[in-house]
Design a protein around this ligand. Structure first.
Ligand code: ZN
Length: 290
């Protein structure tokens, strides 16, 4: 077999990007890692990282931003929380937007959504976004936290369970707001049911227009509305649909909602394109049943 020359004719930006695109076309996995690249390229990935600031920057410059594997950060909950808190501190902000976090941390929202379900839930867990006078949670904060617990136990959480991990909002906040724990649960269910049944396919733009104000404004976005997340989790019995893992049975299992056909490649945020997966199955490390 004839081996190609192990160096490039030129090392200017466009030659490096051409090489990146050439190697990318040889690698048939969705993501292109530094190791895959270096194994096939005539130049080491570190050269591109230096030139373009980071591996992510190099992929983006080559128009291959969608092949950056942010999962390879392997950021678990604690790491992400530290990064969120650190970014807020650096910017001296008590309320941090996802855009600010992405811009300053170099991490996309994808791993945050995988671990916490939503940016909002991540902020609550990081104890950001509350007034400095005290923790002031909105109704939505309380509902987001309740869904985390409901998912964790696979059933409505009990009053005292709200005071233990993974809960980020204590039971007191619920009782202060709704009077009793039972009423807080009822408010959650009412909130879920106040959204229309999740459509099986996205309404046409015309339909949306006819309705005036679509009740699920995030339908076309990657973010999955609270009620739709609940609907999918319950439909899937609060278990990973690939391996059956359940946080209620096995400690440490984290469930999240996955776009079956990836959102970045046109998969809509609708119930029939969403499924419940555990973290390891979603990262492709899970063992699927034969
Ligand atoms: Zn799984």
């Amino acid at each position: 077999m004839h081996f190609e020359l192990e160096h490039l004719d030129s090392y200017d930006d466009s030659s490096l990007l051409d090489e990146l695109r050439r190697v990318a076309s040889l690698v048939h996995t969705q993501k292109l890692t530094r190791t895959q690249f270096t194994g096939l390229a005539k130049v080491h990935s570190s050269t591109l990282e230096k030139r373009f600031g980071s591996w992510k920057g190099a992929l983006e410059a080559a128009g291959l931003g969608n092949r950056f594997d942010d999962a390879s950060f392997g950021k678990d909950r604690e790491d992400l929380l530290q990064m969120i808190k650190g970014t807020a501190e650096k910017l001296q902000k008590s309320v941090l937007t996802l855009q600010e976090f992405e811009a300053h941390s170099g991490i996309t929202g994808a791993p945050v959504r995988r671990v916490f379900g939503s940016w909002k839930a991540a902020l609550i867990a990081a104890e950001l976004g509350q007034s400095s006078l005290g923790k002031r949670y909105t109704d939505e904060d309380c509902f987001e936290n309740l869904l985390v617990l409901w998912t964790h136990y696979g059933r409505p959480p009990k009053h005292n369970e709200m005071n233990h991990a993974p809960s980020a909002v204590g039971s007191k906040a619920y009782v202060l707001r709704w009077g009793t724990w039972r009423k807080a649960l009822a408010a959650f269910v009412q909130r879920i049911e106040s959204d229309p049944a999740p459509p099986e396919s996205p309404p046409s733009p015309l339909e949306q227009q006819a309705n005036g104000n679509p009740v699920l404004p995030d339908l076309g976005s990657r973010d999955i509305p609270l009620s739709l997340r609940y609907y999918v989790l319950r439909r899937d019995s609060f278990r990973c649909v690939a391996c059956g893992a359940s946080p209620a049975i096995t400690a440490g299992i984290v469930l999240h909602i996955d776009h079956i056909h990836p959102w970045a490649r046109g998969g809509p945020t609708v119930a029939d394109n969403l499924r419940t997966l555990c973290l390891s199955c979603n990262l492709g490390k899970g063992v699927s049943p034969a």
